[in-house]
Design a protein around this ligand. Structure first.
Ligand code: GAP
Length: 457
């Protein structure tokens, strides 16, 4: 059997342990769409909560928005998505596979994977253009007048609500509006697991600034965003900043940095940070006929604010965290035999489950009831998981594989303060076992919550 690639191992683990499943799998799935299982949902929420906290709680200059997915079609005309949000693609006449024209160099021929499409003997069709917007209709009639789109980015509701947010929150420029939500793109070629999908989630900030400050704020946001990735467990050294050349930038951007990550399939964009100028607000002012000017009391003048936009993908961040965390180690088993352990070394802050709680033996009623008592105590504070089935070593391994940083075991010593008949310590202590070092500490139950909280935060 050939060795599985890192990505294949991660995909298999995600399915086996309930992080990510193919959407509608029992019906054969749907290409480019994924469901997050119990652990994936926890992990995803932790990423989003961390971003939201960093943006809206730890800063005084950013407020939040939760905009709708469906918007008036005029929004997409003004933003230029209806006209321009398109990719060029080609088909192979031999194997009938479809490729994005700008991805030919990084794509492999399905029949001859060592070759690029077109270099493999298959003839490619002329490039054709394809709009990525998902169409839908509002109301019972399916006609031109009821047509709109599922939003392809969350940013536009921020621009469209700029005035309402400004007036209701009494913010002053510079200030930002943050939003997390679903976006939809009918990608020509969804691939690489959850990296490029047709339904995904974005975490976007539009930071409104005076016209002549874009180049200064884009530098500040680049640094802030790298700090955030560090805080969730992706080291600065693993984030590569790409100064996107003009010919590759969106037409509205005067400067763009891509934050890239070395995924198993190559170095790819995790987040884009763009200086979008005043393009969006100007367009919406023109198309809606409503003024989106701002009166700057300090400068004593009116202007249409400019915008710096850090735009991150939740799904790509989650995939980068999985790649960063996955490792295989050779360790000694309970009987001294060598065994492989798979570990997801998530930062405790982001781990889907923070603590596993185990009674040492499941047939000792006193130990089990004490363990359940400890579980009820901890679940009020942390996402906890109670497990009494199987040997203790196997229970630890199961927690290692899903990235649980701490396991708490309740044993005879917890009840009696005795081990093997001898008085060794105080009653009401438990072992806390660390995922990474596999070391164990003994901790008083009454100190357990503070002990774990300090380690998690
Ligand atoms: N508002 C700007 C904007 O949408 P983008 O570079 O097209 O810019 C921003 O998207 C981020 O959204 C990307 O860096 C990526 O993390 C995520 N993203 C974009 N398309 C995606 C897709 N098809 N699947 C998963 N994530 C995607």
């Amino acid at each position: 059997m050939t060795e599985l690639t890192l990505l294949e191992k991660i995909v298999a683990l995600c399915k086996r342990r309930g992080f990510v499943f193919p959407s509608s799998e029992i019906y054969g799935g749907i290409n480019g769409v994924w469901d997050y299982g119990p652990l994936g949902a926890e992990l995803k929420n932790n990423i989003k909560m961390s971003w939201w906290k960093a943006m809206t709680q730890l800063r005084t200059d950013v407020v939040g928005l939760d905009g709708s997915i469906l918007m008036n079609r005029e929004v997409w005309k003004a933003s230029s998505h209806e006209e321009q949000f398109a990719d060029w693609f080609v088909d192979c006449k031999l194997c009938h596979a479809r490729f994005r024209l700008d991805h030919l160099k990084e794509s492999a021929c399905p029949l001859h994977p060592s070759k690029h499409p077109g270099d493999c003997g298959g003839e490619l069709t002329e490039p054709r253009r394809f709009n990525l917007l998902f169409k839908t209709y509002v109301g019972p009639l399916e006609e031109e007048s009821t047509l709109t789109y599922l939003r392809p980015e969350t940013a536009q509701s921020i621009f469209v609500q700029f005035k309402n947010v400004l007036e209701s929150s009494r913010m002053k420029i510079p200030f930002g509006i943050a939003q997390i939500g679903k976006a939809f793109r009918n990608e020509v070629n969804p691939r690489n697991f959850i990296f490029r999908s047709r339904e995904f989630e974005q975490m976007e900030l539009e930071y409104f600034i005076p016209p002549d400050t874009g180049f200064q704020y884009i530098e500040e946001w680049k640094e802030q965003r790298i700090l955030w990735y560090e805080s969730i467990g992706i080291p600065r050294a693993h984030i590569h900043v790409r100064d996107v050349p003009e010919e590759e930038r969106a037409f509205y951007s005067k400067k763009t940095y891509d934050l890239e990550y070395d995924f198993p399939f190559g170095r790819q964009e995790l987040e884009g940070i763009a200086y979008r100028t005043d393009f969006d607000l100007k367009q919406h002012a023109t198309f809606s006929g409503k003024s989106l000017e701002y009166y700057d009391e300090e400068r004593k003048c009116k202007y249409i604010p400019h915008v710096v936009e850090p735009s991150a993908g939740v799904d790509r961040t989650l995939l980068a965290l999985l790649c960063e965390a996955y490792r295989e180690e050779e360790v000694l088993g309970e009987k001294g035999e060598k065994e492989k352990r798979v570990v997801l070394g998530f930062s405790p802050r982001i781990a889907p489950i923070k603590v596993g709680i185990f009674p040492l033996l499941k047939n000792k009623i006193d130990i089990v009831s004490k363990a359940k008592e400890v579980f009820r105590l901890l679940q009020k504070h942390f996402k906890s998981f109670y497990d009494e089935s199987g040997a203790i070593g196997r229970r630890y391994r199961r927690m290692d594989e899903i990235g649980t940083p701490f396991c708490v075991t309740i044993d005879f010593e917890t009840l009696e303060g005795v081990r093997e008949g001898a008085l060794v310590g105080k009653k009401n202590t438990v072992t806390v076992r660390y995922r990474d070092s596999m070391r164990q500490d003994r901790v008083m139950i009454e100190e357990l919550v503070d002990f774990l909280r300090e380690k998690i935060e």
